[in-house]
Every structure is written in structure tokens, then in C-alpha cells.
Design a protein around this ligand. Structure first.
Ligand code: FMN
Length: 168
């Protein structure tokens, strides 16, 4: 799909069909994660592919809306601050930004192959860490359901370009 059509078409999907995701589509989405740029190319992330049917109760304990577990797959990007680049001037660590770029790559790739997603940041972090069981180093940054959506978009108007852009 042409890039601008894709970003105009994408919206946060909050309802999914009970329909499997083809492996080749998932592979393409994971390739998009691999191709994501990260600070100094440190790649301080992992993508966890979660079977939403198998772990429905555990996932809904992390984030409760029904639609979170309607799709067959939930993806989570976890990041390691230990592995990520830190800006020397103020010790600012870039791990969460790297992870967010990775998730954005996957979300746009999903749209490109006809699948739908929704960034999820409002999950319970302690429950997520316990469920993922990857050790203290790996911080869960974002989740998304991944599947065939069946919900309408919410009304999410954007601010005007004038409000958002500063020429200096
Ligand atoms: C980093 C991030 C975290 C988000 N977390 C949640 C969330 O926890 N739950 C939710 O329903 N939507 C979440 N959203 C979706 C936003 O509400 C949504 O992107 C925004 O309202 C614009 O709507 P659109 O995605 O349909 O264009 C998140 C979006 C981003 C970018």
C-alpha cells in the first residue's frame, strides 16, 4: 500500500474477528521489527509473540478490555535499559523510544498486510513483568493485539498543522 494511504487508513482497532493470522503475515511484521532503527543500532529489544487464546486470562489481568484478547495474537515489545544507548550529558536512556519505534514499525507493517492493531500502554506493568517472566532487565513497553479487526474507528480528530508545527 502507498505509504500515505496506509497512515491515513490506520486506526486503533478495538474489536477483532475470531480468525487466525497467517504465518507469512506475522513473519513480515516481525521482519519490520528487525528492520527498525535503534539508537547507535544497539537493538535493545525483544518482541514477544503471545498466543491470546492460550493466555486469555493472564492477558486480561494485564489489560482488561475484552477486545484485547479477541485477536489470536498479542505482541509485546520489551526493552533493556542496560543494553540501550544513554546520552552522556544527562544520562537519558533511549530504550523506551527504541521499543516504541519497533512497535510502530510492526503496527504499520500489520496495516500493510491487511491486519489491525492498537498500541496499548495502559497495562499493569507488574502483572506484565510477572507474566512475561523475562527477568528484571526486560521492561514491557507496549502491547498490541494483532488480528482482523471488525470495529469502527473512534472520533480522533488531530490538531491543525498550525497548532502542531513551529517554524523557527
Ligand atoms: C504510545 C501509545 C499508547 C496507547 N495506549 C493505549 C491504550 O492503552 N489503550 C487504548 O485503547 N489505546 C491506546 N492508544 C491508542 C490511542 O488512544 C490512539 O492512537 C489515539 O487516540 C489516536 O487514535 P487512532 O490510533 O485511532 O488514530 C495508545 C496510543 C499510543 C501511541
Amino acid at each position: 500500500m502507498e505509504f500515505f494511504d496506509l497512515i491515513e487508513k490506520r486506526y486503533s482497532m478495538r474489536g477483532f474477528e475470531d480468525k487466525e493470522v497467517e504465518q507469512e503475515k506475522l513473519d513480515k511484521i516481525l521482519k519490520a521489527a528487525q528492520l527498525a532503527p535503534t539508537g547507535v543500532n544497539f537493538q535493545p529489544f525483544k518482541v514477544v509473540v503471545i498466543d491470546a487464546k492460550k493466555y486469555k486470562d493472564e492477558l486480561n489481568a494485564i489489560y482488561s478490555p475484552d477486545w484485547f484478547t479477541q485477536a489470536p495474537i498479542v505482541l509485546c515489545v520489551v526493552a533493556s535499559k542496560d543494553d540501550a544507548w544513554t546520552r552522556k550529558y544527562d544520562n537519558w536512556n533511549i530504550a523506551e523510544i527504541d521499543a516504541t519505534i519497533v512497535m510502530t514499525h510492526m503496527i504499520l507493517a500489520a496495516e500493510d498486510v491487511g491486519l489491525n492493531t492498537c498500541f496499548i500502554g495502559a497495562f499493569k506493568p507488574d502483572e506484565a513483568r510477572e507474566f512475561l517472566d523475562l527477568g528484571d532487565e526486560w521492561e514491557p513497553v507496549l502491547f498490541t493485539p494483532l488480528g482482523y479487526g471488525n470495529a469502527e474507528p473512534r472520533d480522533t480528530p488531530r490538531k491543525s498543522i498550525d497548532e502542531l508545527v513551529i517554524y523557527k
